[in-house]
Write a protein that binds this ligand. Structure first.
Ligand SMILES: C[S@@+](CC[C@H](N)C(=O)[O-])C[C@H]1O[C@@H](n2cnc3c(N)ncnc32)[C@H](O)[C@@H]1O
Length: 225
């Protein structure tokens, strides 16, 4: 290798490694901020939907209902990414009693409540969005997680979608704060352009459906392999 090419190769490698390190610590910072917000909410509200940043049970439930209503769930392995207290389970049961569920969330208190509330189902503390899942699931569900207003939220959400879709062997269903019309962000929530998210999902698979109309501030996407 010529000296110039060697120097070019080394400096490019160093720059790329630096960029990766900065990105990793940025993602880590984002995660810590999110975890802190939910912990404070749990300390304030305890075993209530408010601890999960839901206004009330109805706003949590309507999202669950529309997330699972069109899915084939019988005999499936199901991952609930960012499961909170596992409260999607009754909505899965409304569709079928035969399924194999795992809920994962970073918050230990939420997972402890989920284990108590839905004994007999599997829950674990972890990060299914950025961590290594070690296995895949036929169906991946994600409700209420991709809503926060934080730096670079749009790219972050795209990375989360891609990671979850990799973890699914058949279906990823998620919901997100947003709409087809512009909604200004507030301090806590960033509302996505539903068309932009749909287009991104279409870049990952041709089988994408989108559901709106159950809330002026939320939409649901189902992606199939
Ligand atoms: C709005 S709550 C929704 C919880 C549950 N899906 C529900 O609808 O009741 C968002 C959840 O995502 C979890 N969460 C956020 N970022 C996460 C991450 N990177 N890994 C795992 N869980 C995460 C939070 O701890 C919180 O429980």
């Amino acid at each position: 290798m010529k000296p110039f090419s060697f120097v070019f190769f080394i400096s490019t490698t160093i720059i790329l490694e630096l960029a990766r390190a900065v990105f990793k610590s940025f993602s880590r910072y984002n995660l810590i901020m999110t975890a802190d917000l939910y912990q404070k909410a749990f300390d304030n509200y305890g075993e209530s939907p408010k601890a999960l940043h839901w206004v009330n049970y109805a706003s949590q439930a309507v999202r669950f209902k529309h997330l699972v209503s069109d899915l084939e769930l019988e005999d499936k392995t199901i991952l609930d990414a960012g499961c909170g207290m596992g409260d999607i389970l009754p909505f899965i049961y409304a569709r079928t009693e035969r399924f194999d569920y795992l809920g994962i969330d970073t918050n230990e208190d939420f997972i402890a409540v989920a284990k108590k509330r839905y004994a007999g189902h599997s829950f674990k503390v972890g990060d299914p969005f950025f961590g290594n899942l070690r296995r895949r699931f036929e169906v991946v569900l994600c409700s209420g997680v991709m809503n926060e207003n934080k730096p670079d939220w749009l790219n972050l959400r795209k990375r989360m979608i891609a990671h979850l879709f990799d973890a699914a062997t058949e279906t990823l269903a998620f919901n997100m704060a947003g709409a087809f019309h512009y909604i200004p962000p507030d301090a806590k929530i960033a509302y996505a352009d539903a068309q932009a998210i749909y287009d991104y999902c279409r870049s990952l698979t041709s089988q994408v459906s989108i559901k709106t109309g159950y809330s002026p501030y939320d939409f649901t996407i189902v992606m199939q392999k």
